[in-house]
Design a binder for this molecule. Structure first.
Ligand SMILES: *Cc1c(COP(=O)(O)O)cnc(C)c1O
Length: 395
């Protein structure tokens, strides 16, 4: 297998990078379900442990199937290194543990994944790392949030569930000016639609659980970046703290990456059609989707992303009661928290993902009672529309 993939496009990398064929001549990537690896001699064991000789020792450190996934994802993001983790949250934790210390400060968008907020606010503070949350689209607020001890800017773009964007290039210039690292959670776009490193990001985080798997089977994550920050610092945390990815899950994600490009385009196509249809519905007050001209950052989305992505949110007239009626009238759409699946999922953020927030906090973040989020899957768009139409007819 060629290591020289610099010339390859994204789809070729997604399919060809990372498989180092064994003497068996297998065509599809093998799984190595082994906790440890044997040495041919005591001297070889000593050399591997001392780091004088490369090679596998133990699957908490390295595993060939996990490495194949890491190499493939790194190649797709256009980065030197990738470390796979047991979940997306483990990826964020390992990044913070590897790159921050007590006394450091984070400036984060307040529109990030709810559990990331909990990790920053409740747990990192115990270890002396504090966070200032700022409105995602307010450039001045980002800059005002920066202090002398700020080491990291953290963002997701587009955000969940309101699809707010941030100009990654602008934020990376700010990070550079203040000597901080810019970390982008690229979960919603994936490298198929958005390339944060080309725009100056320092690290990319993934919840592989979502679109990278694409079929809702496994929980996993990844940190992507350069050989020093990720290959040494974050990898060191994995090796010592242990939230490693299992070989089986790595294999599922590895195979998921092969179809990521066409899936993301198909998710976007379905989502765009659905969003346009929703805009015409009398029962719908407002639609959030970066592919719509009514989206305040439509132009930035067109510039920064190859396609608008698969997440559409909308506000139903009539508050919680109407929103729940739409959800409960659906016979096909799955009421579930996951996203990025071939199966479309529908959620009510105000009472689930954002249920912990106070009513005032929800109001400030725009998570109103009538808001519904759909992670648009790959079913026929007519069937998705028909499933929602039933709910609108029932209101
Ligand atoms: C789901 C998600 C995470 C957390 O990932 P897990 O795999 O569930 O731990 C982090 N960021 C975003 C944007 C997510 O959607």
């Amino acid at each position: 297998m060629s290591q020289d993939y610099d010339e390859w496009g994204l789809s070729t990398r997604a399919i060809r990078v990372g498989h180092h064929r064994t003497p068996e001549g297998e065509h599809s990537e093998p799984i190595f379900p082994t906790s440890s690896f044997i040495f041919s001699s005591a001297a070889e064991a000593a050399a591997r442990f001392a780091g004088d000789e490369p090679g596998n020792i133990y699957s908490r450190f390295t595993n060939p199937t996990v490495r194949a996934f890491e190499q493939r994802l790194a190649a797709m993001e256009g980065a030197e290194a990738c470390v796979a983790t047991s979940s997306g949250m483990a990826a964020i934790l390992a990044t913070c543990m590897g790159l921050l210390k007590a006394g450091d400060h984070i400036v984060s968008s307040r529109s990030i994944f709810g559990t990331t907020t909990v990790l920053f606010e409740k747990y990192l503070t115990r270890f002396g790392i504090t966070t200032t949350f700022v409105p995602q689209t307010d450039t001045d607020a980002w800059e005002r949030g920066i202090r002398p001890n700020t080491r990291m800017l953290f963002v997701e773009t587009p955000s969940n569930p309101l699809t707010e964007l941030v100009d990654i290039e602008m934020l990376s210039n700010m990070a550079r000016a203040y000597d901080c690292l810019l970390v982008v959670d690229n979960c919603f776009c994936t490298p198929a639609l958005q390339q944060p490193f080309a725009l100056g990001a320092d690290l990319v985080i993934h919840s592989a659980t979502k679109f990278l798997d694409g079929q809702g089977r496994c929980v996993g994550g990844a940190v992507v970046g350069d050989a020093k920050l990720v290959g040494e610092e974050v990898f060191g945390v994995l090796r010592s703290a242990g939230p490693s990815m299992s070989p089986f899950n790595a294999w599922v994600f590895l195979k998921g990456l092969e179809t990521l490009g066409i899936r993301m385009q198909a998710h976007s196509r379905n989502a765009a059609e659905l969003a346009r249809w929703l805009e015409d519905q009398l029962a719908v007050e407002r639609v959030y989707y970066p592919g719509l001209e009514s989206h305040p950052q439509h132009e930035l989305a067109a510039r920064q992303q190859k396609a608008p992505g698969g997440i559409v949110s909308f506000v139903v007239k009539g508050g919680r009661e109407a929103a729940w009626k739409v959800m409960d009238s659906a016979r096909m759409l799955s009421i579930t928290a996951n996203l990025g699946d071939v199966k479309s999922t529908i959620t009510h953020p105000a009472t689930t993902t954002h249920g912990r927030l106070t009513p005032e906090q929800r109001e400030a973040s725009g998570i109103c009672e009538g808001l519904v989020r759909i992670a648009v899957g790959l079913e026929d768009i007519d069937d998705i529309r028909a499933d929602l139409q039933r709910g609108f007819d029932n209101i």
